[in-house]
Write a protein that binds this ligand. Structure first.
Ligand SMILES: [Zn+2]
Length: 467
């Protein structure tokens, strides 16, 4: 009884603390805020159909321009993993480890075309951004603040029809946006600096025009939003801060084991290839490294419904204490894992890390009890690989690590349905065991709490170290 009431008080306190915490924004711009949710890649081009590892937005945003080369406005602190020289890394993978800020500040530039206004009012934008702010506040266990401002409402004399008719015009659009933003003299387009993210907000028509479909995309410190949803913004912000998609890889003998690290095999290393050779390579790669494959996660297919980030990606932001929240397990034994979501990690460890026998890889074991795309996730634990196939996108403006959800039931895909069906049942269920292919450990899921959802749920696992 006593314990319960103490707990209750603590919960109240932590909720209150959470609200306060969300305001720790570094630069608090004036208030208007916005964003919205849903769907990241909105309708999703890449979402639905194509698996391929290739990563649509991977390479980033506006056409070619990538953050590659340039600029460096110079004034602000060097931004996380940005390297002035840009371009592909030579394999040294020396990008920094984490996003260095505890906040993001979004500069919204609205682009109204003469024949097609954005169609999202400032107040609607603010409402959406409030949702994004709340999302990041919860995800971060109250450690991350989101601020925004509507930096400019730009009325173009051009018609949207001028930019939705064929490939050249399609690719030219970003240059218009860039020139207009530069002319406002409010920000350095290439290097906004610090925690700032430029949001180019265009009419949704861009995302519904067949002749020139544009996915909402993002690259370093910048995003193009054509789906007016909080989830789209939250997802693209993840990219703008440095995250790749949350991908998946099959856990059966056919894949992980055979290919140890796909990028070490010439037929899967697409770097330096162009044209059809690149495409062919990318198609092969995409069958192994499944883009958006962690369908349960914000950076996979979970943006539409504002699903939780996976633990490994929360670590990118520094929201976890690795020692106490996600300890590295080095001894055999029985361990409890508490549900990691819901803005609450007060119950004890919310995950475990296990070293693969292959020294480069670490498994992150998590227990996901929230979610709408993923109603089977609480039937067991999810395994995400860290360190696997890191070179598949070595550009320095991205975090070096990509999370790979290990599908412990590969091949459950049914061809006449959605491709992501194969990943729906990725969890290692109660009663099942998974052995690290490289001989590091075996994990067996023992039992879970009677409470199956929410922050109070837990699951017990047996770890047997094999090395
Ligand atoms: Zn994306």
């Amino acid at each position: 009884m006593m314990k319960q009431s103490l707990l209750f008080i603590f919960l109240l306190f932590s909720l209150a603390a959470c609200e306060g915490g969300s305001s720790d924004n570094k630069d608090n711009s004036n208030g208007s805020n916005t964003t919205e949710n849903g769907n990241t890649n909105g309708g999703d081009v890449d979402g639905s159909g194509d698996t391929d590892g290739g990563d649509t937005d991977g390479g980033d945003t506006d056409g070619g321009d990538t953050d590659g080369g340039d600029t460096d406005g110079g004034t602000t602190a060097k931004c996380f993993n940005y390297e002035k020289e840009g371009g592909p890394v030579d394999g040294s993978m020396d990008r920094i480890e984490n996003y260095p800020f505890n906040s993001a500040h979004v500069l919204v530039y609205k682009f109204n075309f003469s024949d097609e206004p954005v169609g999202w009012s400032d107040s609607e934008i603010n409402t959406a951004m409030e949702e994004v702010k709340e999302y990041y506040n919860t995800q971060s266990y109250c450690q991350f603040g989101t601020t925004w401002e509507i930096a400019a409402n730009i009325n173009l004399t051009a018609r949207i029809a001028d930019y939705t008719q064929g490939s050249q015009l399609c690719t030219d659009w970003w240059q218009v946006a860039k020139a207009e933003i530069e002319s406002t003299n409010t920000v350095n387009y290439d290097e906004p600096g610090g925690n700032r993210i430029i949001m180019i907000l265009g009419p949704e028509k861009f995302s519904t025009t067949e002749s020139c479909y544009r996915n909402s995309t993002a690259g370093y410190s910048r995003m193009n939003i054509y789906h007016h949803k909080p989830g789209t913004i939250a997802h693209e912000m993840g990219h703008a801060m440095g995250l790749h998609h949350a991908k998946a890889v099959d856990g059966g003998d056919a894949h992980i084991p055979f290919y140890e690290d796909p990028m070490e095999k010439p037929e899967y290393n697409c770097q330096g290839l162009t044209g059809s050779a690149y495409q062919d390579c990318n198609d092969r790669l995409g069958k192994i490294l499944i883009d958006y494959g962690n369908i349960h996660s914000m950076m996979g297919m979970g943006a539409h419904t504002l699903e939780e980030y996976n633990l490994l990606y929360k670590h990118f932001y520094g929201w976890l204490d690795l020692k106490t929240d996600v300890p590295l397990i080095e001894k055999s034994g029985k361990y409890r894992i508490n549900a990691f979501g819901h803005g609450d990690k007060s119950k004890g460890q919310v995950g475990l890390r296990l070293k693969s026998g292959h020294d480069k890889y670490t498994y992150w074991v998590e227990f996901r009890t929230s979610g709408t795309t993923a109603n089977q996730t609480n039937e067991g634990v999810m395994l995400n690989l860290q360190g696997y196939a890191e070179k598949s996108n070595p550009h320095k403006s991205w975090w070096k690590t990509i999370s790979y959800l290990v599908d412990t039931t590969p091949g459950s895909f049914t061809a006449d349905k959605w491709w992501g069906d194969d990943q729906k049942d990725s969890v290692l269920k109660v009663g099942k065991s998974y052995k690290d292919y490289w001989g590091g450990f075996e994990i067996t899921v023992l039992e879970r709490s009677v409470v199956e959802t929410g922050a109070d749920a837990w699951i017990d696992v047996q770890i047997d170290m094999l090395k």
